[in-house]
Design a protein around this ligand. Structure first.
Ligand code: UDP
Ligand code: MN
Length: 245
């Protein structure tokens, strides 16, 4: 029987949100044995996301937790509370008898269907290259004789796990449940160090499982969506109907 893939997606209200979620759903709908954990950065579930998920055709759990205002600043890590809410849900609603793989899927990235075949065989923690990230065409774990021995990265190669949160790793559900205190930390985590700090709590570099042909294929891209220009939105003469975008 196929292992379930749990994707934790933090998301927040903005002009492009529904477009991003639509692209993701179009991918995830094609993945067998998939469970989407969508965590809204808000104090309540929004109508837009409620309606969207209900029609998405993807099995899902819909959570929400607002980022405290003091952490909504440029340069601070994003979506820490939302990722942890996803982990907390799994720890509450799944048991060691459930086989699963947990993956962090930001709402604006691009995922090849092949990535899910790769991550599904994760025994503890697996890693692979990420495209369009760190000021480079890609970053990747360096592999020698089937083991991760270093990182090809443009940014802070001194990190123990020089991995981007943008979809560069997966963790077996068993490991998430066996380490109930492992969470993404704001305190003591420098920007960009959260991934490394999280993985440190649950594994060691020599135990990482390289995927995607020994980390030589890019199956996920850290794409980013341009901010929309709404400069021509009418201030007075609104449309006669209200349309969700
Ligand atoms: N995000 C969020 N609240 C915010 C900003 C971002 O929940 O205030 C989510 C966003 O929807 C995405 C993830 O956190 O799923 C990473 O954010 P973003 O893509 O802006 O980060 P970057 O691509 O710059 O790492
Ligand atoms: Mn992003």
């Amino acid at each position: 029987e196929l292992t379930t893939i749990y994707a934790i997606t933090p998301t927040y209200s903005r002009a492009v949100q529904k477009a991003e979620l639509t692209r993701l759903a179009n991918t995830f709908r094609q993945v067998p044995r998939f469970h989407w954990i969508v965590v809204e950065d808000s104090s309540a579930r929004t109508e837009l996301v409620l309606r969207f998920l209900a029609r998405s055709g993807v099995p899902y759990t819909h959570l929400h937790i607002p980022t405290p205002k003091r952490y909504k600043r440029a340069g601070l890590p994003r979506a820490t509370e939302q990722r942890n809410a996803g982990l907390a849900w799994l720890r509450l609603h799944r048991s060691p008898r459930d086989s699963g793989v947990v993956f962090f899927a930001d709402d604006d990235n691009t995922y090849s269907l092949e990535l899910f075949d790769e991550m599904r065989t994760t025994r503890m923690v697996s890693v692979w290259p990420v495209g369009l990230v760190g000021g480079r065409r890609y970053e990747r774990p360096l592999v020698d004789k089937g083991r991760v021995v270093g990182w090809y990265t443009g940014w802070r190669a001194d990190r123990q796990f020089a991995i981007d949160m943008a979809g560069g790793f997966a963790v077996s559900l068993r490991i998430i449940l066996a380490n109930p205190k492992a969470v993404f930390k704001r305190r003591g985590s420098q920007p960009g160090m959260q991934e490394s700090d999280f993985l440190k709590q649950i594994t060691q570099v020599q135990d990482l499982e390289p995927k995607a042909q020994n980390c030589t294929r890019v199956l996920v891209w850290h794409t980013r969506t341009e901010k929309v220009n709404l400069g021509n939105e009418p201030k007075h003469r609104q449309d006669t109907v209200q349309i969700e975008v």
